[in-house]
Ligand binder design. Structure first.
Ligand code: G3I
Length: 375
């Protein structure tokens, strides 16, 4: 810088100091409201399953809640085989593209759910009886879907719900035609398509059940022995107010961690409604639709149940914190109570309250009690 300029600046500074009145210091920014992601940062990521209205911004209030509170997302339906690849060679990319873009726009850990599942499966797959043809269809699907989002989706539920409650292999077109080897095939194909950076998971429900947990560890060890990579296991976490017990869940978290697996709570919700199978002598096929007994809170949740729900969530998050060396993620299965699949399952047309945010995206007592764990 030329001497002349330096002085000019000096002069200018002097000039300015004299004429400009001092501006009062800006008021201190209100301390950022703590959020789920900030409160549990350093322990595990916290997230929610999103439907199209949330990640397309159609439901702006919920989209804003997600961006404010969460640092990981899971697609509730749009990346399932029947939704994204309903016919051979036909792909619905619009919604999944928007989902991944939403995640990137908000710097989220983006989960893919799910590459291989017996449910919401495209019809054309169910008709394949030849092992080579089915293996080819499996590879084609995984290459297309996991390949498209290589480097953008951070972790995939490669296989979902392949086990029975006793830990044996669930009957499906995959196990029928390819036997248990379909599991190793799927994980090897996913690693190739998704790339070395992407985490690969086995995901299932009732993983607190010892037989099922042992079955999961058995198949994961077999996949690994056959050269497949499995980084973590997803315990879905569809719980009720009364069960499973914290101790039972803890035993599974320990067992999976001991098996060298990252543990994720992938689909957390807590139903507050009675279920048909809770009723002694109830015939499950009996139609409970419209029964006030099975839908006791259509107008709102009584304080006593709100409190019971809050205590349940507090106990669950206290357990997750205790094991945050092994638990990498906690995802809630929906954004707010109105969005939850539990309003329509196992009985259609019920009013459930299984999540941390109410139908107006308001913070429930359960949210406050969970946050208080980190105060
Ligand atoms: O996409 C079709 C649409 O074209 C059609 O018009 C509409 C009318 O019925 O149905 C739409 O499909 C629905 C789909 O969600 C997408 O909204 C299916 O009927 C409905 O059954 C499906 O429900 C999903 C359910 O998985 C299917 O099993 C729930 O939203 C979703 O929350 C639930 O999630 C599963 C996890 O993936 C795996 N673990 C259990 C969890 C709860 O079941």
């Amino acid at each position: 810088m030329q001497l002349r300029q330096f002085f000019a600046l000096g002069a200018l500074a002097v000039g300015l100091t004299y004429c400009a009145p001092s501006t009062p210091p800006a008021p201190a920014a209100a301390p950022e409201e703590p959020t789920l992601k900030s409160a549990f940062a350093g322990h595990f990521t916290v997230g929610a399953a999103l439907g199209a209205p949330q990640f397309t911004g159609q439901d702006t209030a919920a989209a804003q809640l997600v961006a404010r509170e969460y640092n990981t997302i899971t697609p509730e339906n749009v990346l399932k085989w029947g939704e994204v690849n309903p016919e051979r060679g036909v792909y619905n990319w619009e919604a999944p593209d928007a989902y991944v873009q939403f995640g990137e726009d908000h710097n989220m850990f983006i989960v893919g759910h799910t590459l291989v599942w017996h449910s919401q499966l495209a019809e054309y797959v169910k008709e394949i009886k030849d092992p080579e043809l089915l293996r080819a269809a499996l590879k084609e699907h995984i290459d297309a879907v996991a390949g498209r989002y290589q480097g953008r989706i951070d972790g995939w539920d490669v296989v979902n719900e392949a086990l029975n409650e006793d830990g044996t292999l669930r009957k499906s077109v995959f196990s029928d035609v390819l036997g248990e080897d379909f599991l190793t095939d799927a994980f090897k194909m996913a690693e190739e398509a998704a790339g070395p950076e992407t985490e690969l998971y086995y995901n299932d429900y009732n993983m607190w059940n010892a037989d099922k947990r042992n079955g999961a560890i058995r198949i994961i060890n077999k996949i690994r022995e056959n050269g497949g990579r499995v980084d973590g296991v997803g315990m879905q976490g569809h719980y009720s107010l009364s069960g499973p017990s914290i101790d039972t869940i803890e035993q599974s978290i320990r067992a999976f961690a001991d098996a060298g697996l990252k543990v994720m709570i992938t689909e957390l919700d807590v139903t507050v409604l009675p279920n048909p199978w809770d009723l002694v002598g109830a015939e499950v096929s009996q139609n409970f639709e419209g029964s006030p007994f099975m839908n006791p809170y259509p107008e709102g949740l009584p304080d006593s149940v709100q409190t019971a729900l809050a205590v349940r969530y507090e106990d669950l998050f206290r357990l997750f914190l205790k094991h945050s060396d092994d638990i990498t993620r906690v995802t809630l299965w929906g954004v707010n109570d109105g969005h939850s699949w539990l309003n329509g399952w196992p009985i259609r047309g019920r009013t459930n309250y299984p999540l941390l945010f109410d139908r107006q995206n308001g913070k429930k007592l359960a949210y406050e009690r969970v946050m208080a764990l980190k105060k």
